[in-house]
Design a protein around this ligand. Sequence first.
Ligand code: HEC
Length: 132
Amino acid sequence: MAPRRRMARPRTRSGKRVFQEACVGCHDWSGESPVSSWATLIGAAAVNDPGATNVAQIVIGGTKRLTPEGALSMPAFGHAYSDDEIAAVANCVTARFGAEVSSLTARDVAEWRRQVPIRPIQALFTGQRCNR
Ligand code: HEC
């Protein structure tokens, strides 16, 4: 008999599950980033936009910024998660940290995927760096 996979993954993860896997290390459940004040989600314009456009785009494509303290980047998750999962995590983030819950759908995410470039190297990153 073939050995069972140690952890069967659900086909579609919930937004909370994605946040737990991929975001919590850098953004924390409180929304206050342990990594950098630039990454604190509480009070960020992106999470207070009920359209959640920037949230979805940043999750798909990642971001890189030069700050006075040095380069800061968020990895792209466009290749790591499905449209449903990205919509779910964006809705989870606005619900938890924003003023109003967004209601993004997989269809919205599919549309942005066509527009947002996914940075290739970062796309391979799965979040371990933050899970220590
Ligand atoms: C390796 C650390 C890291 C991981 C993992 C990470 N982020 Fe980020 N995130 C950042 C950093 C750093 C910034 C700030 C980037 C900037 O200001 O340019 C940021 C910014 C953001 C913003 C924009 C905040 C604003 O100020 O407008 C959102 C929304 C966001 N992240 C959501 C997520 C979600 C959702 C996940 C999981 C799918 C995630 N992040 C995973 C580091 C990370």
